[in-house]
Design a protein around this ligand. Structure first.
Ligand code: ATP
Ligand code: MG
Length: 391
C-alpha cells in the first residue's frame, strides 16, 4: 500500500513496502514470531525477515492524521487518531489518491477507492477530500505535495495547488523534529533541485529556512542562488551514483549563505575571521533549529565544515599536511569545490587542494613548502574584500 504500490505501478523501485491489514498488531505478533510491536502513537508491527523489516499497520479509521505530538493516554487507550477501521476508511485518510492504492495479495488486484489509478496514469497529484482542510489537518502534506511533484514529475491538481501559495504559515506550527525528517526526504532523495524549485515557487521554502530565503533575495550577481542550487545538484549526483550523502553537508550547504553573510558583517566589526565564522555559525544554527531541528551530531559537523573553510584558504606549511588528516577534511574540501564553482573563492585554490591530495608524499612536501610564500594569499584576500556587501 501507499508509496510502494505507487512506485511499482510507475515502474520505479520502491523504497519500502508497507503492509496494511485488518488484523490488530497483537494478532500479527501471534502469527509472526519475529515480530515487534512499536510506536505509542500508532501501534505498528515490525516483522523481521533477516535484515528486512516489513511494517504492518492495522487499517485505521478517522479522517485525521494531524495529531502529531499528541500523547496517548497511559493506559494505552486509543485516542482519536488511532482508531481501527476498514480498508476503505484506511484508504480515505491517506493524503493523495496515488498514495491510497493497495495491492491485494489474495487475488493480486489493485484496490483503488479514491481514483488513484486514473491519477497515476495522467500524472496528477490530488488530495483526497477538501484540499484546504487536508492541509490544515496536517501542513506537512504541503511539503509532501512539493516532494512528490518533484520526485514523480507529476503535476498538482489546480484545486490542490492553489492553497500551497497561501497556507505556508501553517508550517510554523509543525514540530521542528518532524520538519527535519521531511527536509531529509525533500533533499536527500535524489531530486533535491526540483524540490527546492517547487518549494520556492510555492513560497514554502522560506517557512523552512527563513535566513536562507532572505539571503537568496539579497542576491548579488546571481551568486547566492547558484551556491545552493549547485550544492543540491551535487547532492543529487551523489545520490544517483550511490555515494553517501550526509545531513551535515546538506545543512551546511543550505545555511552557508546566511552564515557567510553574517560572518562578513562580524569581520567588518573587527572580529577575526575565525571568531566571526564561529559566532555566525552558532547564531545561524540556533535560529534555524527553532524552525527545523538539526540533531547535535550533525550541527557539530556542519560547523566543522564551515570553520575548516578558513583553514583551507591558508594553504601551505605544515598546517596543510595536518588538515588532510582531519576527519572532516573530505567534506570541507567538497564544500570548497562548490564555493569555487559558484565563484566565491578562486578555482585555483580548489585546484591546489586537489593536486595536494593527489601528489605523493614528496610532491606534497614541496607544495606545502612553496605555497603561501609567493604572496598569493594576500592578493587573494584583498580581492575578495572588494566584493560588494550584500546589503
Ligand atoms: P516514500 O516513497 O517517500 O516512502 P510514501 O508515499 O511511501 O513515499 P510515506 O511517508 O512512507 O510516503 O507514507 C506511507 C503512506 O502513508 C503514504 O503513501 C500515504 O498513503 C500515507 N501518509 C503518509 N503521510 C501522510 C500524511 N501526512 N497524511 C496522510 N497520509 C499520509
Ligand atoms: Mg514509504
Amino acid at each position: 500500500m501507499g508509496g510502494g504500490v505507487r512506485d511499482l505501478l510507475l515502474g520505479r523501485e520502491p523504497k519500502d513496502f508497507d503492509v496494511a491489514t485488518d488484523a490488530h498488531p497483537e494478532d500479527v505478533r501471534r502469527v509472526f514470531r519475529n515480530c515487534r510491536l512499536i510506536g505509542r502513537r500508532f501501534r505498528l508491527a515490525h516483522v523481521h525477515f533477516g535484515r528486512e523489516i516489513i511494517e504492518v499497520a492495522t487499517f485505521r479509521g478517522m479522517h485525521d492524521a494531524s495529531e502529531e505530538g499528541k500523547r496517548e493516554s497511559e493506559n494505552g487507550m486509543l485516542l482519536r487518531d488511532n482508531v481501527y477501521g476498514t480498508l476503505e476508511e484506511d484508504a480515505l485518510r491517506r493524503d493523495f489518491t496515488v498514495n491510497a492504492l493497495y495491492y491485494n495479495i489474495e487475488d493480486f488486484s489493485v484496490v483503488d477507492y479514491a481514483g488513484g489509478m486514473k491519477d497515476l496514469e495522467s500524472g496528477v497529484l490530488r488530495l483526497l477530500g477538501d484540499p484546504e482542510q487536508r492541509y490544515r489537518e496536517d501542513p506537512v502534506r504541503m511539503l509532501r505535495a512539493a516532494r512528490f511533484a518533484a520526485k514523480l514529475g507529476f503535476s498538482i491538481n489546480p484545486a490542490c495547488e492553489r492553497p500551497l501559495f497561501e497556507l505556508g504559515d501553517l508550517l510554523e506550527g509543525v514540530p521542528a523534529a518532524r520538519l527535519f525528517e521531511e527536509v531529509l526526504k525533500l533533499f536527500l532523495g535524489g531530486t533535491a533541485v526540483h524540490a527546492f524549485e517547487k518549494l520556492r515557487h510555492y513560497g514554502l521554502f522560506g517557512h523552512l529556512f527563513p535566513d536562507t530565503e532572505d539571503s537568496l533575495s539579497h542576491e548579488e550577481h546571481d551568486f547566492p542562488i547558484t551556491f545552493v542550487t549547485r550544492g543540491l545538484q551535487n547532492t543529487d549526483t551523489r545520490v544517483r551514483e550511490d555515494k553517501p550523502v550526509t545531513p551535515a553537508f546538506l545543512f551546511a550547504v543550505l545555511l552557508w549563505e546566511p552564515a557567510r553573510l553574517l560572518a562578513r558583517e562580524l569581520e567588518e566589526q573587527g572580529k577575526s575571521k575565525y571568531d566571526a565564522m564561529q559566532q555566525a555559525g552558532g547564531e545561524i544554527i540556533s535560529r534555524q533549529v527553532a524552525r527545523v531541528s538539526i540533531p547535535k551530531r550533525f550541527s557539530l559537523q556542519m560547523r566543522e565544515i564551515w570553520t575548516l573553510q578558513h583553514r583551507l584558504e591558508q594553504r601551505g606549511g605544515k598546517r596543510s599536511m595536518r588538515l588532510l588528516g582531519h576527519p572532516r577534511f573530505r567534506a570541507a574540501y567538497d564544500f570548497l569545490l562548490l564555493r569555487a564553482e559558484s565563484g566565491e573563492v578562486e578555482q585555483e585554490l580548489a585546484d591546489w587542494w586537489t593536486q595536494f591530495q593527489e601528489a605523493g608524499e614528496e610532491g606534497r612536501g614541496q607544495m606545502a613548502a612553496t605555497a603561501g610564500a609567493d604572496g598569493k594569499k594576500k592578493r587573494r584576500r584583498r580581492r575578495r574584500r572588494k566584493k560588494p556587501a550584500a546589503e
